[in-house]
Design a protein around this ligand. Structure first.
Ligand SMILES: Nc1nc2c(ncn2[C@@H]2O[C@H](COP(=O)(O)OP(=O)(O)OP(=O)(O)O)[C@@H](O)[C@H]2O)c(=O)[nH]1
Ligand SMILES: [Mg+2]
Length: 451
């Protein structure tokens, strides 16, 4: 797969760091230098059983990198991924010839999860261009898209192993030249030990900061639950339209969907109304990607733990995507990996989004709902379905209660439940109030206002 990039650098791009794609321009090996504005890369995907799917994903990833565009696909046989040189001798020679013979190639994206630093160095030496793996590319996308403090801390945590391994290799070659490990004068610590200590301190600092933020989020969640707003988590493959759907369901003007993989890196909460006037909280979540690099999953899985505390999961699918079925399988397997309560997994509402792109679309799955979040089609049916499922899932009931107008009952109900209708009975000095409330709220009501 050939990928060309032209145009100005990404506005969020940050200064060079190990694994930063910006380094292609700044410190790349011989042929990358001196070609800052014309960046062409070759993407290689291993020929595994699901090669086509892998290539489609690789394309989508590369597409996300600024203005790179895919021109040609190359699927190549590989050895076991943990081998130092990923390719057999013949394949490597063929690729070397191809890359060395194409001066327009200034970087290679190798679609394997993770490449060891020695492998990266050897391939770069052989090909004379920078070589990136999936971890580096996804990390770069995450880094560009991290907007909040929590997302930035998670990215910083995820890139520590990369920094560590790069340092290990640099130091090994330095030490090799100097003939053994070198001590920093007077400190009693070698250079490597100092660096390792600094990394450990940095890691501790990031983890502590993340923990503080998570405690705050947990507290907010607890408060939300105390107010008894049902929580609906909106999950799905990256770029399927989750943010657009949450925006359409809540009318939240501040939400900005973007045509990008991993545009959303945080779980954010948005209030919306169901047809019965009940307020619900929609949680917009980070998109899924099959084979998301392991280190990144670890850093971001805490974000997805919020899903476990929700009352309902909405699984959004992009039905206009050629690999929509594989995407569904990948999302379901990630959800299973999150060890969610069975009640949540059993009541997932499947939403088929981007139906406007498939003329005459009708879902094959019996309970799925076709919508276009962008054009606002099918949303009323979706809200009605959500209402039905939320009421059932949260044990809420629709009740009509007679209350005295003089007492505090009516204001209590307005505060603690969802009032749908009030019919005043002047002769009786009372009102019939139609409310939606949970069993626990009803219990409280009866205790406070017996009889
Ligand atoms: N045609 C069409 N496009 C849509 C629809 N819903 C979303 N999109 C487009 O799809 C792109 C991605 O939408 P987002 O809402 O950002 O998708 P997401 O799932 O939140 O993406 P990530 O946060 O990156 O995982 C945007 O360009 C949207 O305008 C739809 O119903 N129809
Ligand atoms: Mg989003």
């Amino acid at each position: 797969m050939w990928c060309c990039r032209r145009g100005p650098p990404h506005k969020h791009r940050q200064p060079s760091r190990p694994g930063d794609l910006a380094r292609v321009h700044q410190a790349g090996p011989d042929r990358a230098r001196g070609r800052p504005h014309r960046d062409t890369s070759l993407t290689l995907s291993p020929s595994l059983p699901k090669a086509e799917w892998q290539v489609a994903e690789a394309k989508a990833l590369v597409h996300t990198l600024d203005n790179w565009s895919v021109v040609e696909t190359m699927v190549v046989p590989t050895k076991t991924p943990d081998r130092k040189l990923i390719f057999g001798k013949g394949t490597l020679e063929h690729l070397t010839e191809r890359i060395r013979g194409s001066p327009e190639i200034t970087a290679v994206f190798l679609n394997v999860e993770r490449m060891g630093t020695p492998t990266k160095k050897e391939l770069e030496a052989a090909w004379g261009v920078q070589v990136f793996d999936r971890f580096t590319v996804v990390l770069h996308i995450f880094r560009c898209n991290a907007r909040t403090k929590e997302a930035r801390l998670q990215v910083a945590l995820a890139e520590l192993p990369l920094l560590r391994s790069s340092l290990r290799n640099d130091t090994a070659s330095l030490d090799g030249r100097a003939g053994g490990s070198r001590y920093i004068m007077g400190s009693g610590e070698s250079f490597v030990q100092v660096q390792q200590r600094l990394f450990k301190e940095k890691e501790m600092k990031i983890r502590k900061a993340l923990e503080r933020l998570r405690k705050k989020r947990h507290l907010l969640g607890t408060q939300r639950r105390r107010r008894e707003f049902p929580v609906i988590s909106v999950v799905g493959y990256t770029n399927c339209g989750k943010t657009t759907l949450v925006k359409a369901l809540t009318g939240d003007a501040a939400i900005q969907p973007r045509d990008q993989l991993f545009a959303t890196l945080d779980v954010t909460a948005h209030a919306g109304l169901l047809p019965c006037h009940m307020t619900v909280i929609y949680m917009d979540t980070i998109g899924f990607l099959s084979q998301l690099p392991h280190g990144l999953i670890e850093s971001f899985s805490a974000t997805l733990q919020d899903v476990a505390h929700s009352d309902l999961i909405v699984h959004v699918r992009d039905v206009s995507h050629p690999e929509t079925e594989l995407q569904k399988a990948s999302v379901l397997s990630t959800l299973r990996g999150l060890r969610l309560p069975a009640r949540l997994l059993d009541s997932v509402v499947e939403v088929h989004n981007k139906a406007d792109r498939v003329p005459g679309y009708s879902p094959a799955e019996p309970h799925a709902l076709a919508v276009s979040a962008l054009l606002g089609q099918g949303l009323e049916e979706l809200k009605a379905r959500l209402e039905d499922v939320v009421l059932r899932a949260t044990g809420r009931r629709v009740l009509t209660l007679r209350v005295r107008l003089a007492g505090p009952q009516l204001s209590w109900l307005h505060r603690e439940a969802t009032v749908q209708d009030v019919e005043v009975l002047p002769e009786a000095g009372a009102a019939d109030v139609k409310v939606i409330m949970s069993s626990s709220a009803y219990g409280k009501f009866r205790k406070l206002f017996p009889g």
